[in-house]
Every structure is written in structure tokens, then in C-alpha cells.
Design a protein around this ligand. Structure first.
Ligand SMILES: [Zn+2]
Length: 71
């Protein structure tokens, strides 16, 4: 399973959990996130990453409130 794309802004690091859910961020992109980040909703941030690494590949985006998709 791919890694969660959740981003911890305060700690400037990537989430270590597995990304089992899909959510849409304010940039209109869909991100893989863990159950925790899916529940965080609008309070969570996501970003693109280089593969499964901790190297961030895009600016962080916020999740959209209530637009968690099951796909
Ligand atoms: Zn996560």
C-alpha cells in the first residue's frame, strides 16, 4: 500500500501511516491519506512526495471540508 501523503506542518514531515483513503485537497488534486488524516479533514494538510520518501515534491495543500471520497 502506498504511504499516506499527509503533511505535518508544524513538524515539517510526512505521515508514516499507509494511505488507505482518498481525499480531495483545495488544489483540486486527490491524495492518498491514512484514516487519521481522512478524519482530520479541513484541519489536515497534504503534499506530493517523491515516491515513498520524505522529500516533498509540491507545496502543501489543505484538505477540503467534507469532500472525502471513497474511491
Ligand atoms: Zn496520515
Amino acid at each position: 500500500m502506498e504511504r499516506c501523503e499527509g503533511y505535518y506542518r508544524l513538524e515539517n514531515r510526512r505521515c508514516d501511516r499507509a494511505g488507505s483513503r482518498r481525499v480531495t485537497a483545495t488544489d483540486g488534486e486527490t491524495y492518498a491519506v491514512c484514516e487519521y488524516h481522512a478524519r482530520q479533514g479541513w484541519a489536515a494538510s497534504v503534499a506530493r512526495w517523491h515516491g515513498e520518501s520524505d522529500v516533498r515534491a509540491s507545496a502543501p495543500a489543505d484538505l477540503r471540508r467534507g469532500l472525502d471520497s471513497a474511491a
